[in-house]
Design a protein around this ligand. Structure first.
Ligand code: NAI
Ligand code: MG
Length: 353
């Protein structure tokens, strides 16, 4: 029996609606597959928690969380209670950094029955590997002179280790897919970090002779996501470029509400964290219409991560059979509630066995 200890952090807003939905699905999965069991523990970290305790999560709880096999997170952010930079840095980014979750993976594909925002989406199926620990999101820099001479400096950090790690992850992933890696660059405009990025990409590609490669400037690449998303397999990108590309990936799928993501700890020292791309969706809180698919597909990424790819693939098939039957929430053109979509997924999982 494989027992997995999972820390649930529903967080804010619709995180509190979609995490319980996905947990129900995972419990159904483990009831069907006797050899797999999830032990969930809920943690209350959220913006409301911050109002009561003055911190997003207790300092010591990082040690508690490190005992888990994985972290299953909903969304963080409620600007009515706490400014975004405090809530995100105090929880999400804190966990990503403390647990060396240096890779962020975000798939995007055509989901049957869901209308893409593209007129002719073809059958795209891509995955962005985003460097998750450095790049443009560094804390190095500062501001001087609070007057008309004010200057803000934000330094980008590109280490050889971090860059190589992201690229190797992308190449290894491509081996089990369509064997193509695209590098997101901007070496025609950014004169230090991006030529370095290109060099490392070329070096690493030598170790993977069976994988085809190409390099695209991020601006052109963004346009290709709209005009020819079917041309991509795995894309490796720096922190900022990857962040922007994956929102675009979510949009061409049809809704940010279905987009999944995983923050991977590659060295195996700490748990990885699984969270959908979307935020807390303040405009739809409490209406019962949050799309649970982003969180449930994220659960599939968690299953894959723990070596349960077969179960993960079956779960995604079931999700698509439900959407293809028109059982969907309003963000993707349906009329159904979070609960109805979730229950239908569970029903079909059970009947499939
Ligand atoms: P958002 O993703 O929460 O919402 C954007 C739009 O998409 C809204 O119209 C929302 O209703 C819709 N939407 C999002 N998820 C949905 C779902 N599952 N089903 C149906 N519709 C869905 O992004 P926004 O509004 O920019 O941010 C709201 C808060 O969430 C902010 O505090 C922000 O900082 C935070 N945030 C947190 C993230 C995280 O925890 N990883 C990621 C993005 C934003
Ligand atoms: Mg983003």
């Amino acid at each position: 029996m494989k027992q997995l200890k999972i820390a649930n952090i529903p967080g804010d807003g619709i995180g509190k609606e979609v995490v319980p939905a996905a947990v129900k699905v995972l419990e159904a999965v483990s009831n069907i597959h006797g050899g797999l069991r999830f032990n969930f523990t809920d943690f209350p970290y959220s913006s409301e928690y911050y109002l009561k305790h003055g911190e997003m999560m207790p300092e010591d709880d990082i040690a508690r969380l490190s005992e888990f096999d994985g972290i299953f997170l909903g969304a963080v952010g409620n600007v009515k209670l706490v400014p975004d930079h405090i809530s995100l840095w105090g929880l999400l980014i804190k966990i990503r950094r403390e647990f060396e979750q240096t890779i962020n993976i975000r798939p995007a594909k055509v989901i049957k029955g869901v209308q893409s925002k593209l007129a002719n989406p073809k059958d795209f199926d891509l995955i962005v590997v985003r460097e998750n620990s450095e790049g443009e999101y560094s804390e190095v820099g500062g501001r001087i002179f609070r007057n008309e001479d004010e200057i803000a400096i934000q330094n980008n950090i590109f280490s050889r280790k971090g860059t190589e790690r992201a690229m190797r992850f992308a190449f290894d992933l491509a081996k089990g897919r369509r064997k193509h890696v695209t590098s997101a660059t901007k070496s025609n405009g950014i004169v230090h970090s991006m030529p370095f990025w290109d060099e490392v990409f070329k070096e690493i590609s030598m170790d993977y002779p069976d994988i085809e490669t190409d390099s695209q400037h991020i601006d052109a690449l963004a346009a290709f996501f709209v005009s020819h998303p079917e041309k991509f397999d795995v894309i490796v990108a720096s922190n900022l470029f990857g962040d922007i590309l994956t929102d675009l990936g979510a949009a061409i799928m049809g809704s940010v509400g279905i987009a999944p993501a995983a923050n991977i700890n590659v060295n195996g020292k700490y748990p990885s964290m699984f969270e959908p791309v979307h935020g807390s969706a303040p405009d739809i809180i409490g209406k019962g219409i949050a799309n649970p698919i982003g969180q449930i597909w994220t659960a599939k990424l968690m299953l894959d991560h723990f070596g349960e790819e077969e179960i993960g693939t079956a779960l995604l098939d079931v999700i698509e059979s439900v959407t293809n039957n028109g059982i969907m929430t309003p963000d993707v053109g349906g009329k159904h509630k979070t609960e109805e979509v979730t229950n239908e997924i569970i029903k079909r999982l059970k009947s499939r066995g």
